[in-house]
Design a protein around this ligand. Structure first.
Ligand SMILES: Cc1cc2nc3c(=O)[nH]c(=O)nc-3n(C[C@H](O)[C@H](O)[C@H](O)COP(=O)(O)O)c2cc1C
Length: 402
């Protein structure tokens, strides 16, 4: 179905997003010590809204301060930060833009520096090179599962009250929801493990709890992996089955990504990596599908909308370098972007720090945007590393989330 970048999208609930471009969730690491939003965090969303984006997904907001993904996370457990959250939502909705809050629990992907004993569906540790940065998890009790479902709901209720125009359940990238879905991470023998129906029970309970609390017209979306790219883990067939069921239950938008800490496919350098699967799903399931990962060239954005049934195009890293990217696309001044390749100058160190220094580079630039500064275009990895240590201390030098 032919669509254009600047054509509005109307969701089933009647809510309209002014164009087909959204900012993908990027953990900003701009929370206060007591996990509230900072002025910088608020300001950077104002810049994205003024840059012409149809909708911004926030970086993941955590539901439980005992289990964090990284330093600087925002956590919502109650209304203590409501005033600042209102300012954040106001900034993000300027110029008719949407701001949807991404809600997450890291499960076992909570680094050693953050959690001594992470929780997960089962006591299955993270393997591979990333594993050494994480303590082995213990299996959640049924009470903890129920409590965590309620926490997702509470965070979403506060988001709505603060004026966020939608929420997103982070069901991708190997975090808790994704751990429940994976037969490799989830080896439970109770009603939350085993069959796909059981493995998706946690997600369904989170969604239904949110739906009951937020009402039928409030946008709830899901970010989900096409697959985990791991032997014996979540497959495309299972992903399709989950999306189909979530569509039947009334989810408003599904965003396609893929991978986790062991197989970080979501951060590949290639062009537009999940489009084929997103197209397949769009044809099979009756829910708007959004796809993220690798959009750099104007032609690939235009073509993805014109030539497939995908409803929205997600952009993350390029929007850090060009916060006004949508306006530039609209007025013809956008030049296809190439992301900088960061190096410390020391090969071994580059390999060890890998994607970590890359993520930190973007966090550093998001922080600059929040202070009203332009992003730095350097390719030297030391500056972001020092930025990280300065803001969060050396403990922050542990494997990073995505
Ligand atoms: C600094 C940084 C932080 C990220 N944090 C999140 C996050 O909190 N939640 C999420 O779903 N994805 C997160 N991602 C992944 C992006 O949403 C996106 O899927 C990925 O960057 C691919 O899109 P891109 O090629 O346009 O950058 C993050 C990416 C970066 C660079």
């Amino acid at each position: 179905m032919t669509k254009q970048l600047f054509e509005p999208l109307t969701l089933k609930n009647g809510i309209t997003i002014k164009n087909r471009l959204y900012k993908g969730a990027m953990s900003e690491a701009l929370g206060t010590k007591d996990y509230g939003p900072t002025e910088e965090l608020i300001h950077v969303y104002r810049r994205w809204a003024h840059g012409g984006i149809g909708m911004s997904l926030t970086g993941n907001v955590m539901v439980d301060s005992r289990y964090l993904g990284e330093p600087g996370n925002v956590v919502i457990e109650d209304e203590r930060h409501l005033e600042m959250l209102k300012k954040w939502a106001e900034a993000g909705t300027e110029d008719d833009s949407h701001i949807w809050m991404q809600i997450n629990h890291p499960g076992k992907q909570s680094p050693k520096s953050m959690t001594k004993k992470p929780v997960a569906p089962s006591a299955v540790p993270i393997t591979g090179p990333a594993g050494s940065g994480f303590n082995a998890p213990r299996a959640m009790t049924i009470e903890e599962i129920k409590d965590t479902v309620q926490r997702f709901v509470t965070t979403a209720e506060v988001a709505k009250k603060a004026g966020f125009t939608g929420v997103q359940i982070h069901g991708a990238h190997g975090y808790l929801v994704s751990q429940f879905l994976s037969p490799r991470d989830n080896q439970r023998t109770d009603e939350y493990g085993g069959t796909l129906e059981n493995r998706m029970r946690f997600l369904v309970e989170v969604y239904e709890g949110m739906r009951a609390a937020l009402g039928k017209d409030y946008p709830i979306s899901l970010k989900i992996n096409s697959t985990d790219f791991r032997e014996g883990s979540f497959t495309e067939e299972e992903s399709t089955a989950v999306i189909r069921q979530m569509a039947e239950l009334g989810i408003d938008l599904v965003e396609i990504s893929g991978g986790d800490y062991e197989k970080p496919k979501m951060m590949s350098d290639g062009e537009v990596y999940f489009l084929d699967y997103a197209q397949k799903i769009s044809q099979e399931v009756d829910v708007p599908i959004a796809v993220i990962g690798g959009f750099r060239k104007k032609t690939s954005m235009v073509d993805a909308l014109a030539q497939t049934d995908v409803a929205m195009i997600g952009i993350a890293r390029p929007l850090v370098l060009r916060p006004d990217l949508p306006n530039r696309l609209a007025n013809g001044t956008y030049r296809d972007i190439e992301l900088p390749r960061l190096t410390t100058g020391i090969k071994l160190l580059d390999q060890t720090l890998g994607g970590f220094s890359g993520l930190t580079y973007y966090e550093q630039q998001i922080s600059r945007l929040g202070r009203g500064l332009p992003p730095l275009k350097h390719t030297n990895a030391w500056s972001p590393i020092f930025h990280l240590i300065r803001t969060h201390g050396p403990a922050a030098l542990s494997p990073r989330r995505r």
